[in-house]
Design a protein around this ligand. Structure first.
Ligand code: GLN
Length: 283
């Protein structure tokens, strides 16, 4: 079968799904170990029989709902291609807003200092790696309570040749005894435990521990805000990704704990998605 015919067939099978056309292309490019550009450029090339069988099996699994990022084992985030695993959240484009805002704060607040940056609940390592690749002069640490995530993130650092980053096991701050950072960043679980969203689309295949956090979704954010000052240098930054309806609550929690210059930023859909504040009390 030709490439264009294989894609037409797959789009047809996946019709009614969230994104049949792009899913078909990503799965075929993955099967042929090639790029999307190649598929556009050579629609008349034949897909070898063995590859076609593999492609059909992937399309069938996608039809069952499995996320493309788990089928291919990869997801692009920022400028990087990251390996994924069912143990961790699939990196989302909206999380790039958190990276952008942290980079902007670092550029305006700490121009010439050498910084230590910590990403709590790093998963694939997406945030830590994006910051590390943009800030080669600073050192980044990613932590996660899961061994699988620490391994995966370490593998992603190697695969992307990023050396100013390290990953260790820690349940939030628990494993970070006597350490202080200039910047703490986190995309923690924040979905309400009873949310019907957890049963939809790709999300239902992702680990609950990476998604939910108590009745109002704020349990882990509360915990991080409570302890973060013990792990921040004076003038340090704490920045979160949170739910589309949680900016006000996160803002209030930060102010109550003593953070200053607290502000929120919108995601690509126009929802407040990132809230950050500074810890200005002396060490
Ligand atoms: N942003 C994710 C989503 O909307 C949720 C991830 C999280 O809880 N950090 O699916």
């Amino acid at each position: 079968m030709r490439i264009d015919a294989a894609l037409d067939w797959a789009v047809n099978v996946l019709a009614g799904g969230d994104s049949p056309s792009i899913d078909a292309k990503v799965l075929l490019a993955h099967t042929l170990n090639t790029s999307l550009t190649y598929l556009f450029t050579w629609p008349e090339k034949m897909v070898p029989d063995a590859s076609l069988a593999q492609f059909k099996s992937l399309v069938a699994q996608r039809k069952e709902g499995l996320p493309v990022a788990y089928l291919t084992g990869q997801k692009d985030f920022w400028t990087l291609t990251l390996n994924t695993s069912p143990h961790t959240l699939i990196p989302r484009p909206d999380t790039e807003v958190l990276v952008e805002q942290v980079l902007a704060c670092i550029a305006s607040e700490y121009a010439s200092k050498t910084l230590t940056i910590c990403d709590l609940g790093t998963g694939t390592g997406a945030i830590a790696l994006a910051l590390a690749v943009e800030l080669p002069q600073h050192s980044v640490r990613g932590v996660d309570f899961l061994d699988e995530a620490v391994c995966l993130a370490t593998e992603n650092a190697k695969a992307n040749n990023i050396t100013n980053v390290s990953f260790t096991k820690s349940d939030w701050f628990e494993g970070l005894v006597n350490e202080k950072f200039n910047v703490i960043v986190s995309n923690p679980p924040y979905i309400e435990a009873s949310s019907s969203y957890l049963h939809e689309g790709d999300v239902k295949f992702e680990p609950r521990t990476a998604l939910t956090s108590g009745a109002d979704g704020l349990d882990d954010i509360r915990k991080i805000i409570a302890y973060a000052p013990d792990f921040l240098h004076a003038g340090g930054l704490l920045a979160f990704e949170h739910g589309f309806n949680q900016a006000e609550a996160v803002h209030a929690l930060l102010v109550k704990r003593g953070f200053v210059r607290v502000r929120s930023h919108k995601d690509f859909g126009g929802n407040d998605r990132v809230t950050l504040g500074f810890w200005e009390t002396c060490d």
